[in-house]
Design a binder for this molecule. Structure first.
Ligand code: NAD
Ligand code: UGA
Length: 460
């Protein structure tokens, strides 16, 4: 079959895999190839057990894999063969040298640009899909322009806004698609080519365009604003706990103001995931780089409140369990950073579990999708840790139940059965405010939600 467009994506991760699968699904006459330097990732995409858990993804992969969607290790030839290249490699926080712990580590992006330059035999459109500091396109352009031949490269910015757990619906029906380009003739031509792809299934009014720098910056700012809302509500949850106000009631009252809106106002143990923290720190670094210290400090406080929330939650467990956790059995329900994903990157569960282990608690971790990653995260942490998928088996004999992920299945558990199987007095710390606290209290639990009065059977 002759394909109308040949598209390559470099980076077969949480973004590269699902986003390219969606293009392949919506555009059967385009050939989409995804490559990665990690051979295991490529093998996993070609196997029945996909490397990422994402509701609905397997169906789309089944319909496209081997037809117009291909995962391969042959990076060199694929660069040669494709005209449009998405770059979806990882951009973690730098761990060394200047900007360590703050700036984005751009080594993978730079390597990709050099690979593209080395293997290209024809002109190409190169699209930044990774989240990058503003002005990265300039560095990419300079590298790509350093070749000797007549080949040219047009760099576009097309950041991805999907969230894990809802990636397929986000990709299928996004709030917007953002395309940043230069306002030159070749820039506008490349932009039109990319619009043509998305317009196959996304209404034109949702495909917005801007200059490249606005596009790069908008992605960092969108994540910073979302994370800021989570930190704002979490900061108020601490005040609620001191004043007998209820954070869910406050969030409802505040969120019903149409100027504020009700999304991202769920108090909890803090945000996790691979991006919020790294992208805010990236923003903070950029502001400091441009000597905007006040702006940097403002955004850094979003991360500080997030850390404070996790510390507060852990300290609360210790304080309410009579200030000692030594040899107490604590069941952690949920290790993923949010529901409907097996991803545990930057999950608050990592910090909280380590703290509990440091107090010599015996920890039993349960999660429907994230146990493999949890074991990797806690590798090398000395202590007594078990992994049991079945929540009922995990909690039997425990002194406390600690809910860390908002999996729907935890809302539906039989808490009477759980209570009966636990050591007494039984404690329930609901780090996501997802269970019926009054009902659990009436069963006999001592219940500690976030940002709401505790329900305790102990006399003060
Ligand atoms: P990931 O770590 O899951 O995947 C990145 C992949 O790129 C890895 O498999 C890695 O092996 C591969 N890679 C690195 N260098 C390479 C190279 N030179 N050649 C070929 N492959 C290479 O990361 P991710 O979660 O998919 O995120 C990718 C980017 O998208 C990041 O910038 C992130 O901030 C952004 N983003 C992520 C999400 C998300 O939900 N995870 C959402 C929006 C944006
Ligand atoms: C986030 C953004 O929502 C995406 O738009 C963006 O593309 C992505 O980051 C990225 O750049 O990687 P994601 O991290 O997958 O997506 O998940 P979110 O739904 O944003 O949740 C992030 C964290 O905030 C989770 O730990 C979640 O539990 C927490 N959260 C979210 C709350 O604690 N309260 C809320 O009200 C909302």
């Amino acid at each position: 079959m002759k394909f109308k467009k040949k598209i390559l994506c470099i980076g077969a991760g949480y973004v590269g895999g699902p986003s390219m699968a969606m293009i392949a699904y919506k555009c059967p006459d385009y050939r989409i190839t995804v490559v990665d330097t990690n051979p295991d990732r490529i093998d996993a995409w070609n196997s029945p057990e996909l490397p990422v858990y994402e509701p609905g993804l397997d169906k789309i992969i089944k319909k496209t894999l081997g037809k117009n969607l291909f995962f391969t290790k042959d990076i060199e030839n694929q660069i040669k063969e494709n005209d449009i290249i998405f770059v979806s490699v990882n951009t973690p926080t730098k761990t060394y040298g200047a900007g360590a712990g703050m700036a984005a580590d751009l080594q993978f992006v730079e390597k990709t640009a050099r690979q593209i330059l080395k293997h290209s035999r024809s002109s190409k459109i190169v699209i930044e899909k990774s989240t990058l500091p503003v002005k990265t396109a300039l560095a990419m352009e300079r590298i790509l322009a350093s070749g000797k031949g007549k080949i040219t490269f047009e760099v576009l910015s097309n950041p991805e806004f999907m969230a894990e757990g809802t990636a397929i619906s986000d990709l299928e029906n996004p709030d917007r698609v953002l395309i940043g380009s230069h306002e030159t003739k070749s820039g506008l031509k490349a932009r039109a080519e990319l619009i043509e792809i998305y317009a196959r299934w996304i209404p034109l009014e949702k495909i917005i365009t801007s200059n490249i720098w606005s596009s790069e910056l908008s992605k960092l700012v969108a994540n910073a604003f979302l994370a800021q809302r989570v930190s704002s509500i979490n900061s108020i949850s601490a005040l609620c706990e001191k004043t007998d106000a209820d954070i869910s009631e406050v969030a409802k009252a505040v969120g019903m103001d149409s100027r504020i809106g009700d999304k991202f106002l769920k108090a909890g143990i803090g945000f996790g995931g691979s991006c919020f923290k790294k992208d805010i720190l990236n923003l903070v670094y950029l502001c400091s780089y441009y000597s905007l210290q006040e702006v940097a400090a403002y955004w850094e406080s979003v991360v500080k409140i997030n850390e404070y929330q996790q510390e507060r939650f852990t300290a609360n467990i210790l304080k309410n369990m009579f200030s000692t956790l030594t040899e107490k059995k604590i069941c952690i329900l949920g290790f993923a950073f949010k529901a409907n994903t097996g991803d545990t990157r930057e999950s608050p569960a990592i910090y909280i579990t380590r703290k509990l282990i440091a107090e010599h608690a015996e920890v039993i971790i349960s999660d429907p999708k994230a146990l493999k990653n949890a074991a990797i995260d806690l590798e090398g942490t000395k202590g007594n840790v078990k992994y049991i998928e079945d929540p009922y088996r995990a909690v039997a004999g425990c002194h406390a139940l600690v809910i860390l992920t908002d999996w729907d299945l935890y809302r539906k558990l039989d808490f009477q059965k759980i209570y009966n199987s636990m050591a007494k007095p039984a404690f329930l710390f609901d780090g996501r405010n997802i269970v019926d606290h009054r009902k659990c209290f009436s069963i006999g639990f001592n219940v500690y939600p976030i940002g709401k009065p505790a329900l305790s059977h102990f006399k003060t």
